[in-house]
Write a protein that binds this ligand. Structure first.
Ligand code: NDP
Length: 313
């Protein structure tokens, strides 16, 4: 029997592409829109699998042109870009890559807390420009402070575990209280923010969390507070955040994710109390290799008639 045809939409590490090419007939979707359109026109009817990631997944209009599609294997946890309702209606199976990225994303949250509070980026710029300590104000301590976690799931727990090593007092908010942790639960996000020096956002994107970090939450976080977002940009009301940063309603922000990636509002690019990263919290060789391996293994399992390793629940 001929090998199944698979469309690769989005970035994949080279070793993952090699494995995909060993098992499937692979078509890599070009970045250029016209070239992509031509490719879909030519091979769309034969595509049975899509390998993609949590931010570059094909839109419904593209999926409509893949009538034989059986499975979409995504690298990443977030399902907000995966058109799950549409896939469900068509019976397309969807997989993602939980767990394997937890540790790196938690590391990145701690990195952003430290970099923002200790003004690492401004300090680095000072040293490179030959200014040494000139104009650099005193930074603020992280150890021993109060950490609020919005979303004490897999990654939230790993952040809390690390923060305990910094002697931080840990609180959290989500819809359900976790019965197996001693951290303080707050039944409202505003209450959590009011009790936090650092508020770390690590909930899924989508309608339920859309702009839940708004002006009221930022006001509650207060002028000594720092916001860190490693979840999704959509969870933070970005204009409200820019206002809060500009007017000193909060001290700073460390952002791995933005509302309209890769568009970066001018204000965020110019503010010194902001540390920015290009949605790369899971982007280490170790984690991206493990994520890519799960994409390959899920596709192989599906076409071999075996159980999927990490289906989206
Ligand atoms: P989990 O599903 O383990 O945890 C998500 C947590 O969010 C749960 O504890 C859940 O608790 C809480 N939550 C969900 N919806 C809401 C809501 N509406 N209001 C309040 N809390 C909510 O996911 P992970 O920890 O593995 O990943 C979390 C998110 O991190 C991903 O969905 C993804 O968007 C993001 N991510 C970002 C990466 C990056 O590169 N920056 C990389 C990987 C993930 P409850 O259900 O009780 O509300």
């Amino acid at each position: 029997m001929s090998r199944p045809e698979v469309l690769v939409a989005g970035r994949m590490p080279p070793n993952v592409l090699e494995q995909l090419e060993a098992s499937f007939i692979v078509h890599r979707l070009p970045d250029d829109a016209d070239e992509a359109d031509e490719m879909i026109e030519a091979v769309g009817p034969h595509i049975r699998g899509v390998a993609t990631n949590a931010v570059q997944a094909p839109p419904v209009e593209t999926l409509e042109r893949l009538p034989a599609l059986e499975i979409m294997a995504s690298s990443g946890i977030g399902t907000d870009a995966l058109n799950l309702d549409y896939a469900g209606r068509r019976g397309i199976r969807v997989t993602h890559t939980p767990d394997v990225l937890t540790e790196d994303v938690a590391d990145a949250a701690i990195m952003l807390m430290l970099a923002t509070s200790r003004q690492l980026v401004v300090a680095d710029r000072n040293v490179r420009a030959g200014r040494w300590l000139e104009g650099l104000s005193l930074a603020h301590r992280v150890s021993g402070k109060r950490l609020g976690i919005l979303g004490l799931g897999r990654i939230g727990r790993a952040i809390a575990h690390r923060a305990a090593g910094f002697d931080m007092t840990i609180g959290y908010h989500q819809r359900r209280r976790n019965t197996d942790v001693a951290y303080r639960y707050h039944d409202s996000l505003v209450a959590l923010a009011a009790e936090s020096d650092f508020l770390v956002v690590v909930v899924p994107g989508g309608a339920a969390t859309d702009r839940m970090v708004d002006a009221t939450v930022l006001e509650a976080l207060g002028p000594e507070g720092i916001l860190v977002n490693v979840g999704r940009g959509s969870t933070v009301d970005e204009p409200a955040l820019i206002d809060a940063l500009t007017q000193g309603h909060i001290r700073g922000a460390g952002l791995d994710v933005l509302a309209d990636e890769p568009h970066v509002p001018e204000a965020l690019r110019t503010l010194d109390n902001v540390v920015l990263a290009p949605h790369y919290a899971s982007a280490t060789v170790e984690t991206r290799t493990a994520m890519g391996q799960l994409v390959v293994d899920n596709l192989r399992a599906h076409f071999a008639g075996q159980a999927l390793l990490t289906p989206v629940a």
